[in-house]
Design a protein around this ligand. Structure first.
Ligand SMILES: *[C@@H]1O[C@H](CO)[C@@H](O)[C@H](O)[C@H]1NC(C)=O
Ligand SMILES: *[C@@H]1O[C@H](CO)[C@@H](O)[C@H](O)[C@H]1NC(C)=O
Ligand SMILES: *[C@@H]1O[C@H](CO)[C@@H](O)[C@H](O)[C@H]1NC(C)=O
Ligand SMILES: *[C@@H]1O[C@H](CO)[C@@H](O)[C@H](O)[C@H]1NC(C)=O
Ligand SMILES: *[C@@H]1O[C@H](CO)[C@@H](O)[C@H](O)[C@H]1NC(C)=O
Ligand SMILES: *[C@@H]1O[C@H](CO)[C@@H](O)[C@H](O)[C@H]1NC(C)=O
Ligand SMILES: *[C@@H]1O[C@H](CO)[C@@H](O)[C@H](O)[C@H]1NC(C)=O
Length: 527
């Protein structure tokens, strides 16, 4: 109690004067007893803890579908719920951050994770709370700081199906249920509207909610989505398989020289030379035409020439994964995307080796070959073909998240906005257009509840020199609450490229320059 009172006393006076009567109830309500009636069907709650954070100050970068923001004087009540699924012997930690009643908008938010991490970090929670959301996230049964190597298998050779399922879907549904119960207990009323926000794994999770738990969220912002999990994870490894097959690994500067040549060749296709490619599928640049061209490598300080190997790696990365016979398996990165993620190499003393993403390496080891010591540099194109099939065939129903049937989400009145950076260096944007195409084929009126926007020049979730749609959550709120369906998403360039605006187009339309100031949104049209 003393501790609690000293925390109350530490509140800023500016907050104190208007919120004094509320403060007593909000902060004093932030106690485990407030939540002692919480029950979860299928789960046994073992612990409920609460913490009050007063006067938080945070510098929040542009990330998780929102612009940068400096947060000050944030007060929240944190509720931690620990539970298990009896018989499964799992431990799930679900966290809710509650803004004070005076600053709560009545809205509830589920915050997604990234990579193998199920949930959001406290910077994302603080952002959401500062925007007036009561926000929930979950560790999905494996804390963020526990590496995939430690939980993927229950014993050598045996997939930990329970934790995979917790990660894939069940704990996301439970987080929404628990979060809403916490809201009810704390504020004395249900949320007026519920939203999802996530990118990459968080984008997959948002789609999983729409597909499998269509009643939980009214609005879902699910971007650069890692859906088609089985295909997508192998797609991220594809350039490595190509290099293993060639037994040659170009330096990152050589591949970047090819990337720059592609941008040079295709930059004007959208009507404007600005280093951003906006019309996917139309760049017919052939990298082999640049073999022998000179480039300067800052890595080695040497002036050297583009090799046939680099041309082949670039071409295959853009073409996407195929069988050894050349049949389509999955989409490739767009020309213009950095090669430093999926096609990463590291070089020492003039010798380069492949540097696959740890994320995909773990998938191949623990879920496909079942061998924790498997040397992924063995994966040539023919082994890749075999593993690709395993990846899709064995895991699709658990974590594939590729079902285009959103009829129940539509019936529940849900709306989903997705966007994908066309310069994504990890997940092929084709993953998003393919899914959208399938959703629209099944239901020609699907634009009533599902809209996909391409973000030219944006890397994975953020970064790059393109236009980042950091107010997409507001567009989603307007759609859900005011029935204003977004035709475009307002977007702005970030970081070193900051200062340009554009309105991103709804797929399949492309962002085309039509004349005028290249920094202004009015100089572009959707065609
Ligand atoms: C709130 O935090 C700011 C920045 O950290 C600090 O300057 C200020 O003194 C704090 N106010 C109170 C009442 O603790
Ligand atoms: C946050 O604060 C820093 C330094 O105080 C400032 O440089 C930056 O522009 C601020 N960012 C935003 C988004 O306001
Ligand atoms: C349950 O999990 C704990 C570790 O999380 C482990 O120590 C224990 O042996 C497990 N119990 C059973 C019955 O598997
Ligand atoms: C946020 O998380 C970091 C660790 O990632 C921790 O050091 C910090 O204390 C946390 N802050 C709050 C307010 O929970
Ligand atoms: C490489 O650097 C040298 C010296 O700075 C310069 O003369 C040359 O034009 C550069 N070549 C390329 C292809 O950029
Ligand atoms: C690179 O060269 C250094 C110095 O000669 C040596 O210590 C290091 O082991 C070499 N690395 C590899 C991977 O050969
Ligand atoms: C791929 O690797 C396997 C196993 O090392 C080998 O048997 C096979 O011949 C390789 N395939 C090609 C096309 O090189």
């Amino acid at each position: 109690m003393t501790n609690l009172l000293s925390k109350v006393a530490a509140l800023s006076t500016t907050f104190f004067w208007y919120a004094r009567p509320l403060l007593a109830s909000s902060v004093l309500g932030c106690a485990p007893t407030t939540f002692s009636d919480l029950r979860l069907f299928g789960g046994t709650i073992s612990h409920i803890g609460t913490t009050i954070y007063n006067n938080l100050s945070l510098v929040v970068p542009a990330n998780q579908n929102h612009y940068a923001k400096n947060i000050t004087k944030l007060t929240v009540c944190e509720v931690l719920i620990t539970y298990t699924h009896p018989g499964y012997n799992d431990t799930i930690n679900t966290l809710v951050w509650l803004p004070t009643p005076a600053s709560w908008t009545g809205r509830f938010l589920g915050a997604g994770g990234g990579g193998w991490t199920t949930g959001a970090d406290n910077v994302t929670l603080a952002w959401a709370a500062s925007e007036g959301f009561a926000v929930v996230t979950t560790d999905g049964g494996h804390p963020a700081d526990v590496a995939i190597d430690e939980w993927a298998q229950i014993s050598p050779g045996n997939v930990n199906w329970i934790l995979l399922q917790d990660f894939a879907s069940t704990t996301l549904d439970e987080a929404a249920t628990l979060g809403k119960l916490v809201v009810q207990a704390f504020y004395g009323g249900k949320p007026t509207y519920s939203y999802w926000n996530g990118c990459s794994t968080g984008g997959r999770q948002g789609h999983q909610m729409a597909q499998r738990y269509p009643d939980q969220y009214d609005g879902i912002l699910a971007t650069a989505s890692a859906k088609n999990w089985g295909e997508m994870l192998m797609q991220e490894f594809w350039p490595q398989a190509v290099m293993n097959d060639l037994d040659a690994y170009p330096t990152s500067c050589e591949l970047d020289a090819v990337r720059m040549a592609a941008i040079e060749a295709c930059d004007a296709l959208d009507g404007l030379r600005d280093g951003i490619l906006a019309v996917p599928g139309e760049c017919t640049f052939e990298p082999e035409t640049k073999v022998g061209q000179q480039y300067n490598c800052s890595l080695t300080g040497l002036s050297t020439t583009i090799t046939e190997t680099a041309a082949t790696v670039a071409k295959s990365t853009w073409k996407g994964a195929t069988s050894p016979e050349g049949d389509f398996l999955w989409y490739g990165l767009e020309p213009g995307a950095l090669f430093t993620a999926d096609a990463a190499t590291t070089c020492e003393n003039g010798t380069c080796v492949g540097a696959p993403l740890g994320f995909t390496e773990a998938w191949i080891r623990y879920f496909l070959t079942m061998d924790s010591n498997y040397d992924v540099s063995r994966v040539n194109i023919s082994i890749f073909d075999y593993l690709f099939h395993q990846s899709v065939n064995r895991y699709d129903s658990i974590i594939g998240t590729s079902d285009p049937d959103l009829r129940n989400f539509n019936k529940a009145g849900g709306k989903l906005i997705t966007w994908h950076g066309l310069a994504d260096s990890l997940i092929a944007p084709g993953t998003s257009s393919d899914y959208t195409k399938r959703v629209y084929e099944r239901d020609p009126n699907a634009a009533d509840y599902y809209r996909y926007f391409e973000a030219p020049g944006v890397d994975h979730c953020r970064g790059g020199n393109g236009w980042f749609p950091g107010s997409a959550m507001q567009s989603l709120i307007d759609w859900v609450e005011n029935d204003v369906a977004p035709e475009t998403l307002q977007a702005e360039t970030q970081g070193e490229a900051a200062g340009r605006k554009a309105n991103l187009c709804m797929w399949p339309k492309k962002l085309i320059y039509v004349g005028g100031d290249a920094d202004e949104a009015s100089s572009f049209a959707c065609q």
